[in-house]
Ligand binder design. Sequence first.
Ligand code: DGT
Ligand code: CA
Ligand code: CA
Length: 585
Amino acid sequence: MGDRNHEIQALLRELADLSILDDQSAQSFRARAYERALHAIDGIQDDLEGMSVATLQRIGGIGRSTAQKIREYFDTGAVAKLETLRQRFPPSVVAMSRIPGVGPKTLARLRSELGIEDVEALRDAITEGKLQSVSGMGAKTEARIASAIDRLGLKRDQRTPIDRAMRLAETLVNELLALPGVQAAVPCGSLRRQAETVGDLDVVVASTEPQPIMAWFAEHRFAEQVIARGDTKTTIITRQGLQIDLRVVAPAHLGAATLYFTGSKGHNIRLRQLAIQQGWSLNEYALSDATTGEVVAAGDEASIYRALGLEFVPPPMREDTGEIEAALAGTLPGVVSVEDLCGDLHIHTDRSGDARSSLAELVAEAVRRGYSYLAITDHAEDLPINGVSRGELERQAEEIGALQEANPGLQLLRGCELNIDPDGGLDYDPAFRSGLDWCIAAVHSHFDLSQAEQTRRLIAAISDPAVRVIGHLSGRIIGERPGIEIDLDAILDAMVETGVALEINSALPRLDAAAPVLRRAVDKGVVFVISTDSHHVRDMGRNAVFGARQAQRGWVPREQVANTWPRERFLGWLHTQRRPSGPSR
Ligand code: DGT
Ligand code: CA
Ligand code: CA
């Protein structure tokens, strides 16, 4: 897909979201049109930038007015309609609209009746008991909003969810690499450690000629405001309020620079102490001898770790949570890298209402990636709009059969993603789901139940003999929806007892389970799978990288990840999975 098509998708997303607020209706006709266009672009491989309004309109799903806005953006760098909506709905108001319980009508009333313009003011109004005076608002809604604000930990200075920051970083890095004289461009900081949210983006570029890069960046279309401009460092702020620090370093210092700017600060401090013990110093330029100034290591990170007597620490583990001690002792877990993955176990075909690629395209991509197994897991029938009926799954089975014959090197697994009811019930009937090779069970609704209810619900699903893995355990959407509350130990114990695996969902808006949960699950001896939850064929490669990093962040040993196992071992495990320690109950 064209580099800038993502920008258009982000633009359409924003237009859709703001139109819902403007029309005070989730069913906004305008929002639907933007969303249709957004999905249509998913299927476009070519750059939209080169297309005329007429050509854009020939893409099914893009109407005239949307085509004009896309053109307007490429030609002028802005869309007038969007600017108007942004004035009407500033970021602080949009942030409020993301709180579960604050729909577009409620939002409008909060503003007009109480003058509430941001989350802080909303929190104050709740504390002062003012909310129930708003028309149509009851005690229950108020309590729901209050608890969502608490669980989201919303503050005035919002951090940016990694999904959004990553797209910006990817675009920027691609553009930087295309500039003359740029030898490397590395997004560092919390983004490289794959933190869930980032405070700002720290991009390090290797080049011997910083000036033109600084000039280019200060003029960049992302730069709403340039807040600092130096010879080797420029800082901008994007329209959404994300700060980006761009630094140019000499290629010979690249390793020291990426190490320093990746952090975390805690990790860096520990490294510096180790350097000092050797009579060395460590900064963003080099590891060098403190007295002679002679460089010990600087060009690449691995040589710096080696010189300090440490195993290489993958960026997601650099949080000073025990990795320095382990790296000194040589006991870091052998973590997963993306090349270790032998298969994908959570992908959606275009039979799922929210996915875009055909079964054949997905299978071809799995073959191209050298996978030896692939589970097809469309949404099951109980999911509104996006679910797939039993009849559809039966028709799909025939297609899978034909593709299996054509691709003997790739073991195809018939599966689905079941929905866990509030009481733990699952889709279809027990016999039908048990006939499938690979059932994921996951929560897609009722995020507000009590901890006891959520725990009971999940354990009921884990106990169903058809279930092989729990998908996106918490159900969170980073920055938008808090995860469900659960008794984690009880659930992990049930997984160990039944042999049900824990999914590491690699989609950036989810990254679920979270790193601390993964570390707890490692200790319990849970089996993991790293799954891309692909809704488009291009997610299969992109998300796999994030999934491997998420496993690293959770210190998950490669050995404990079932889809790093070669085909025979994996299939053998599948065969006995539900009886890990003797006869099934
Ligand atoms: P963020 O932006 O809040 O999500 O988190 P980071 O980790 O990206 O932090 P940031 O942007 O303030 O700094 C980027 C990296 O630069 C940080 O991870 C480590 C390094 N760094 C920044 N300030 C210091 C410092 O005072 N001492 C040391 N040793 N390293 C620092
Ligand atoms: Ca940062
Ligand atoms: Ca920074």
